[in-house]
Design a protein around this ligand. Sequence first.
Ligand SMILES: NC(=O)c1ccc[n+]([C@@H]2O[C@H](COP(=O)([O-])OP(=O)(O)OC[C@H]3O[C@@H](n4cnc5c(N)ncnc54)[C@H](OP(=O)(O)O)[C@@H]3O)[C@@H](O)[C@H]2O)c1
Length: 232
Amino acid sequence: MKANKSELPFVLVNMAMTADGKIATANRAVSSFASARDHEHLLELRATADAVMAGARTVDSAPINLGPGPARYRQKRLQRGLDAYNLRVIVSRSGSINPRAQVFQHRFSPIIILTTRRVDARRLKQLRALADVVKVCGRNEINFRAAFRWLRKRWRVKRLLCEGGGELNDAVFRAGLVDELHLTLCPKIFGDRRAPTIADGHGLRHLARAARFRLKSTHRNGNELFTVFARD
Ligand SMILES: NC(=O)c1ccc[n+]([C@@H]2O[C@H](COP(=O)([O-])OP(=O)(O)OC[C@H]3O[C@@H](n4cnc5c(N)ncnc54)[C@H](OP(=O)(O)O)[C@@H]3O)[C@@H](O)[C@H]2O)c1
């Protein structure tokens, strides 16, 4: 059955990508390659979102806390009627999240882990000690539609910002849940077919199944192109 749109949050995906379509090097050592302006753009988007979400490998491969950043962004949030600090959502099918990841060192807002029944009891206990809430959203795979509906209903998430990585994005695109894609095109080439892209996962076999977007805006800043695509 088709979900009532108002039961779901408006979902934005924000990514920086090289000119050859990569979001990190194959060994994941380099994933920060965009300008300071792109980082501001990320914080500006976070300042409009009730919750910021990322996949397990994004959270444990870089020193990120998924928070709103400096006080001026928290001020903007308050002016918009949002909480000063956004909720943080981490997605992990198997629960293989590094407990020492930076995100857990900063306790300014609730951390929610979305996971599956694949996680055994011991690991579930560990996750519960790390996060404020652990939500099991499926047997082997996360049912993102149900998970997002729960985020909206239980946590009043009206705008959800997904910050990758590629594997998580792919699942959210395939579920038809992405309303807007913010893509910063950076003038670098990484090469390597093993390097992640904005959507790596199962993909599709037929054009008719592609997630479709229309170009909403473009803005050049220096040598980077800031693009926004809206769901078609
Ligand atoms: N350039 C950019 O804008 C940008 C943005 C974000 C990330 N990155 C980079 O991208 C790289 C990470 O991307 P990635 O694709 O390898 O990893 P990712 O999507 O961040 O994380 C993958 C992990 O997330 C969980 N996951 C993903 N999809 C899931 C699903 N459908 N259901 C349940 N769990 C799911 C799984 O965790 P478990 O294994 O625990 O089950 C999976 O192993 C890093 O190098 C990061 O720094 C770049």
